[in-house]
Design a protein around this ligand. Structure first.
Ligand code: NAD
Length: 428
């Protein structure tokens, strides 16, 4: 979400402008791609449980659909802003493009706080959002998915409303559905595993064996836990993780020099990825400040919590031992910090490549919905590995060939593909 000094949309535009200049993109395409093609602002009247009516604001932003129907999550958050949604929709365009799936970029949100809403009220918001937008979303237009504070249940309510309005079954209208109700096996693991598929390739490129490396991770939620699981299976050793303490309103890091034990930490964490400090200390973890995860003497850093976490203020604390940063979170690095990382020659796997496993698996979900035939988990994960590895290879090959920073290389590939699609369609 937005804080006072950080505007995600400005960052997204700045990143785009830099690359557009670098590849000499013509002015028409530049003008088109630096803003969303369509934005919907809706106000949803909801009958609350106490009988009163409240009106909730919502958005859907469709940045670009030249490569296929828009794809992107819908967030429920009290501080949701149109600029955050715009930025995320633009990043979705680049993400789908870099992994070469036939989808565009969208994002949505409703300004609300599910902590203070009953399940019935949340259901009415989901259905109300769909009633407002049913003409503008759908399996061949724009396909939502879960994001911050929304889950499979919310997606099912939205699907049900859509099918009630249209009078037919369209399971591919939305992804992130529960398994057994049109969801795909492997979706839970997909983003974290995808991060490690790209990390594994980066290690090969740097001639490093996973078993000789250590890592430190920010966050202990869905993405972080599955990234830790696969990296550990490959032989790597995570020595530090961090998480947010809801009660204290601050973050802490948890360190074990010999390596953390994922199952042990899972056993003492809540469903929001918060680890119990007392219990952790009792089983031998050192409790450090929230920023300590960044200051570890490790080979690999994996920010897997939030946007804008590595900034010009703390980038200097990254140890010389760090060779790879795998951006599991969306936008974890500020533009200024990115310059420092680039100049230090650290191998960066940019967010929209590293964490594209989630949307790739959502695409697989749609494919399975269209066939009405569902794959085994191993098949899903195998296909995910192929997609992620192939995307990584293309980005790293271009980077090597032209001596480019990995983020710039990924942007060049993504933007060029989307620009080409716009051109071929005769838009620009
Ligand atoms: P999550 O809610 O499951 O976990 C978030 C974790 O971050 C929790 O452990 C929380 O305690 C921790 N955290 C929050 N604020 C923190 C802070 N200031 N310092 C340290 N830790 C903090 O979320 P997730 O699904 O794992 O997503 C993590 C990131 O990955 C987000 O940026 C999200 O947008 C991105 N992402 C997620 C997916 C997905 O499929 N889940 C896909 C692509 C990108």
């Amino acid at each position: 979400m937005e804080n006072k000094s950080y505007n995600a949309f400005k960052t997204a535009q700045q990143q785009f402008d830099n690359i557009a200049g670098h590849i000499n993109l013509d002015s028409g395409t530049r003008e088109l791609l630096r803003v969303p093609m369509r934005e919907y602002h809706v106000n949803i009247p909801i009958r609350m449980d106490d009988g009163t009516v409240k009106v909730f604001s919502g958005f859907r932003v469709q940045h670009n659909d030249a490569l296929g129907p828009g794809k992107g999550g819908i967030r429920f958050h009290p501080l949701e802003t149109i600029d955050t949604v715009r930025a995320l929709s633009m990043w979705m365009t680049w993400k789908c493009s870099v992994v070469d799936i036939p989808l565009g970029g969208s994002k949505g949100g409703v300004v609300c706080d599910p902590h203070h809403l009953s399940l019935h009220e949340q259901e009415r918001i989901c259905r109300g959002w769909v009633r407002q937008l049913a003409r503008d979303i759908g399996p061949v237009r724009d396909v939502p998915a879960p994001d911050v504070m929304t889950n499979g249940q919310h997606m099912l309510w939205m699907l049900d409303e859509y099918e009630t309005i249209t009078g037919a079954k369209y399971p591919g209208m939305i992804t992130g559905k529960p398994v057994g109700m049109g969801g795909s096996l492997g979706r839970t693991e997909a983003t974290g595993f995808g991060v490690v598929f790209t990390l594994r390739e980066a290690l090969k490129e740097l001639n490093l064996l996973p078993e000789n490396t250590t890592a430190s991770v920010q966050g202990f939620g869905n993405v972080a836990q599955y990234a830790i699981q696969l990296y550990t299976q490959l032989g790597g050793n995570v020595i530090c993780v961090s998480c947010w303490d809801q009660a204290e309103g601050k973050s802490y890091s948890f360190k074990k020099k010999t390596g953390i034990n994922l199952d042990e930490l899972r056993g003492i964490s809540d469903r929001f990825g918060g680890i119990d400090r007392e219990k952790a200390e009792a089983i031998g973890y050192e409790i450090l400040s929230g920023e300590s995860w960044l200051e570890q003497d490790v080979d690999i850093l994996i920010p897997a919590a939030l946007e804008n976490q590595i900034t010009k203020e703390n980038v200097g604390t990254i140890k010389p031992s760090v060779k790879i940063i795998a951006e599991a979170a969306n936008g974890p690095t500020s533009v200024e910090a990115d310059e420092v990382i680039k100049s230090r020659g650290i191998f960066l796997i940019p967010d929209f490549l590293a964490n594209a496993g989630g949307v790739t698996c959502s695409y697989f979900e749609q494919v399975q919905n269209n066939m009405n035939y569902y794959w085994e988990k191993d098949e899903v994960i195998g296909k995910l590995d192929l997609k992620m590895t192939s995307a990584f290879m293309k980005v790293s090959e271009l980077a090597r060939k032209n001596d480019l920073y990995m983020r710039d290389s990924a942007y060049i590939i993504s933007i060029t593909r989307v620009a080409e699609a716009c051109k071929q369609r005769g838009w620009v």
